[in-house]
Design a protein around this ligand. Structure first.
Ligand code: ZN
Ligand code: ZN
Length: 560
């Protein structure tokens, strides 16, 4: 095995251990692998030598639990550890071996073109930068980029937002010369799973600023660096930081925001153009109105921008209330009073308290007795917070038999009822759709929360007969939710767009379980709604309280 392959394998194993939780000491393993990455050929020979002589314990940085794995790797190559307790790694290792054979040529060629992530490769394929390469080279490049993608596991939007926000603050404090600093990439488009976190700034002397960034103590090491861009490690994740000169900032931000298909389509409208200081100018020079990042998927937004018919997307500031949140009465972390106080501090005109019904799968749920106690506490809190209306509600489970988890007389005593299909009970799509439609036709159900019950990164969501669901929701005056919890972000993009096209009223809610996250999750919900072309007129909780109450009351009257 060559030195390069050895290092690549070690790094990959470290990443893999962390993704799969395969090693209980993934952090130590990663640190060791990272250290090795900085060693020259001589030091790597020493590791090899020590492994051969069974003296790896002399390497202080290598956790003892990994001695036998490294020894196997050195003595017998990656195949040797396939079939051990790392059996599921065989696929990854095969990719690695493929990668090793294209390693030097492929990776270097990619790096020269500025392709260091899979997203970069997609962009390069779209804009024709790879056109001069032969099909065989294409395949090599694709493999190389796939391996890059494996090295950088995708992460959920919630975690990526935190990472990007923290690093942005750090960069702004450390480099006051940066004039504009924005989170770009998947995060700016509110992709539920983020391939790479990208931050873009403008500074008069980009290489000098990048040097200063790399010297920040909390930033670990530069994985890759040019005069305009560095891939660095921060809080155990990789972040792509790009610094442009001020007169190119708009173009840099546009390119870094993607999606690749959108950027290619915008560029395709016009011959190679000058670099622009503002993103608006990038669009203007191709005859387009500025397009909101959440719409940039090449799914009709460019045509709409050319015709000056872009939607007036809903904004966070237009949200007057939050109709879905949990307290410690069920599985929320904070007491009801803490949740209410935090919501009032956000300036909401109204909120709904919606804990889980008794037989929901949540870690804690509401008994009928607790629901009564909660009712009393809500009454007290209404006196304490007179400027904000507190609706007493519930998130009631749609049970496997299609019934709701609370009796009608209980639901009728509440101000708002949300219904959820948390438990699929092993049912097929037709039966799940019937359960959902049953809840929509129930006269006491006001909102269906996270309709597909998607779990980001784990479960794509039920493939319901959505056309039927939307039609029934519109017909009965039942709202469908766009849920801002990073684990749901459901309805997303095309679903939300189809729902509003069918005449459905949507809600945008935080589904928050922790007071400190109320605002963040509402922002994620609004971003998700904007991906679906949602305007304020489509959203129930952009409306004044009286209109919300009228919407809720109308269904009960209509169905009586
Ligand atoms: Zn739920
Ligand atoms: Zn919930």
């Amino acid at each position: 095995m060559t030195t390069d392959t050895f290092l690549a394998v070690l790094r990959q194993l470290g990443d893999f251990a962390e993704i799969r939780g395969a090693s209980h000491d993934a952090t130590a393993w990663r640190r060791f692998a990272a250290d090795l990455g900085h060693l020259g050929a001589a030091e790597v020979s020493r590791v090899t030598e020590l492994a051969r002589k069974n003296r790896l314990r002399e390497l202080a940085t290598l956790p003892p639990g990994l001695h036998s794995t490294v020894r196997d790797l050195v003595l017998n190559g990656p195949d040797a550890i396939i079939g051990s307790n790392w059996a599921s790694m065989s696929w990854l290792l095969r990719r690695l071996l493929e990668f090793a054979s294209v390693d030097s040529a492929g990776a270097a060629a990619l790096a020269r073109m500025g392709v260091v992530t899979l997203a970069d490769l997609e962009a390069a394929l779209h804009d024709g930068r790879l056109a001069t390469h032969s099909p065989a080279e294409h395949e090599s490049l694709r493999l190389a980029a796939l391996t890059l993608a494996i090295e950088r596991p995708r992460q959920p939007l919630g975690r990526a937002v935190d990472l990007a926000d923290n690093l942005t603050l750090l960069l702004a404090a450390a480099c006051p010369e940066i004039q504009s600093l924005a989170v770009a990439g998947d995060v700016r488009r509110f992709e539920p799973m983020v391939d790479s976190v990208v931050i873009v700034g403008a500074a008069p002397d980009p290489p000098a600023t990048l040097e200063r960034i790399c010297a920040i103590p909390m930033i670990q090491c530069a994985v890759f660096q040019t005069g305009r861009r560095v891939l660095l490690r921060y809080q155990q994740a990789e972040v792509d930081v790009r610094i442009a000169a001020p007169d190119e900032y708009g173009s840099a931000l546009h390119l870094a925001t993607g999606s690749a298909a959108h950027v290619a389509a915008v560029r395709g409208r016009h011959a190679v153009t000058r670099l622009c200081p503002r993103e608006e100018d990038v669009y203007a020079q191709t005859g387009l109105a500025w397009i909101a990042p959440e719409l940039r998927h090449d799914t009709g937004e460019i045509e709409a921008a050319a015709a000056r018919r872009l939607p007036e997307l809903v904004t966070r500031e237009q949200m007057r209330g939050d109709l879905h949140m949990h307290s410690s009465y069920s599985d929320g972390r904070d007491d009801l009073a803490v949740m209410v106080q935090a919501a009032a501090a956000l300036g909401y005109e109204y909120i709904a308290i919606t804990d889980h019904s008794a037989r929901a799968g949540a870690s804690r749920t509401l008994t009928l007795e607790a629901l009564d106690r909660q009712r009393t506490e809500v009454a007290r809190l209404r006196e304490r917070f007179p400027s904000m209306a507190i609706l007493h509600g519930v998130e009631v489970d749609i049970m496997p038999d299609g019934q709701l988890d609370f009796d009608d007389h209980v639901l009728a005593s509440l101000d708002i009822v949300l219904a959820s299909l948390h438990d699929d009970a092993g049912h097929d799509v037709a039966r799940l759709t019937r359960r959902c439609l049953g809840a929509i036709h129930h006269p006491l159900v006001n909102v269906i929360t996270h309709p597909a019950n998607r779990l980001v990164g784990r479960h794509a969501g039920y493939d319901l007969d959505f056309a039927a669901v939307y039609a029934a929701a519109a017909e009965t005056g039942t709202a469908l939710e766009i849920d801002g919890a990073p684990s749901h972000l459901d309805m997303d993009g095309e679903h939300a767009r189809a729902a509003i096209a069918a005449g459905v009223t949507v809600t945008i809610d935080s589904d928050c379980h922790k007071a400190s996250l109320l605002d963040r999750q509402m922002r994620l919900g609004v971003g998700t709604a904007r991906r679906g072309w949602v305007e304020p007129r489509h959203v129930l909780n952009t409306r004044p309280l009286a209109e919300v109450r009228a919407f809720l009351a109308a269904k009960r009257v209509r169905r009586r």
